[in-house]
Write a protein that binds this ligand. Structure first.
Ligand code: NAP
Length: 312
């Protein structure tokens, strides 16, 4: 059990956290990044990124590794740990980790991002890890030449479907409406891909499976227009129905909105606690793009630098 003392503690290692670190260390601030339980954040689960300026095509893992190395090279300390409790009522702020370590800081940037949502079906829970997944990049490999289902109609679902189509024989995209929410360029790629079919206006009522070996065998879907129910055979189900902010530990410490996102002052990263700032998806219910998270991290760093100047 160690006690770490730093001027600026950054919680989270996605584009917001690393960019904040890069800006703050370059301003001469003593910075410690605590990674969170998924080093590199959600982008590490994205196979190909084509919309981060400067990189025509790069994997999410590689992009995050580059950001990490840049922050460390400039002087940021990086610790692989996960904060489970915060005390923002006293100064210096104290954050405690699952490994029993304590982090004392004059200022904190919360960049803990968001996590995938689930359908909340009992059968989804039952077959999680046995054919049900929320990460095509992690688990797609197991479905080479097989049939997979992707649930959702946003950029995540469409990106997962396109990635899976490079491995699987058949990809069935199940969307609850008749129009995808995803970017047009990605939609066009889906419609042009002969391996991908779309089940429109449909919701997954149950994930079907077998025991010994425990595995997914298909889904039961209901058409919300006609109420018709059908079973479709499949070997895997990838759920991509959006995200929720990782803010459980801040409940009671920071003001959150009705969906759990951290509320910040207008045109600022400042939260209701002076000296605590928020950046990236954890405060962004709308845009959620890597490049925007990076920009948001830069804003938080600049706000934190100004704050630290006033308390130095
Ligand atoms: P999203 O844009 O919120 O889309 C979620 C999708 O899941 C929607 O199509 C939604 O249907 C559907 N959905 C939600 N709850 C459902 C439920 N209970 N049952 C069935 N379907 C459900 O989330 P996302 O796709 O994860 O994207 C999140 C953010 O990351 C977005 O801002 C997105 O642009 C960004 N992103 C960008 C890229 C990129 O390459 N640019 C890649 C991935 C993600 P409705 O459409 O009916 O609401």
């Amino acid at each position: 059990m160690a006690l770490y003392t730093t001027d600026l503690l950054i919680l989270g290692s996605g584009p917001a956290g690393y960019t904040a670190a890069i800006y703050a260390v370059r301003a001469g601030v003593d910075v410690t990044i605590v990674s969170g339980n998924q080093e590199g954040g959600q982008l590490t689960m994205t196979s190909t990124i084509e919309n981060f300026p400067g990189f025509e095509e790069i994997s999410g893992f590689e992009l995050m590794e580059k950001m990490k190395q840049q922050a460390i090279k400039l002087g940021a300390k990086f610790i692989n740990d996960h904060i489970v409790e915060v005390d923002f009522a006293h100064r210096p702020f104290i954050c405690s980790s699952e490994n029993g370590h304590s982090y004392k800081a004059k200022a904190v940037i919360v960049a803990t991002g968001s996590s995938a949502k689930w359908l909340n079906l009992p059968s989804e829970k039952k077959y999680l890890g046995y054919g049900v997944s929320a990460c095509a990049t992690c688990d797609g490999f197991f479905y080479r030449n097989r049939t997979v289902v992707v649930v959702g109609g946003g950029n995540s679902a469409v990106a997962e479907a396109l990635y899976l189509a490079t491995l699987a024989e058949k990809v069935i995209l199940v969307h609850r409406r008749h129009k995808l929410r995803a970017d047009k360029i990605l939609q066009d790629r889906v419609f042009e891909n002969r391996k991908i079919t779309v089940e429109w206006d449909s919701v997954v009522e149950e994930i079907l499976g077998a025991e010994e070996p425990k595995k997914v065998t298909g889904i039961r879907i209901r058409n919300v227009e006609t109420d018709a129910v059908r079973e479709i055979s499949a070997d895997g189900v990838f759920v991509a129905v959006g995200h929720q902010p990782n803010t459980d530990i801040f409940r009671g410490n920071l003001v959150l909105d009705s969906k759990g996102y951290i509320v910040t002052h207008e045109n600022s990263s400042a939260t209701d606690v002076e000296g605590v700032f928020a950046a990236g998806d954890v405060k962004d219910p709308k845009y959620k793009q890597a490049v925007i998270s990076a920009g948001s991290g830069a804003i938080a760093a600049m706000d934190a630098i100004n704050y630290l100047d006033t308390v130095a």
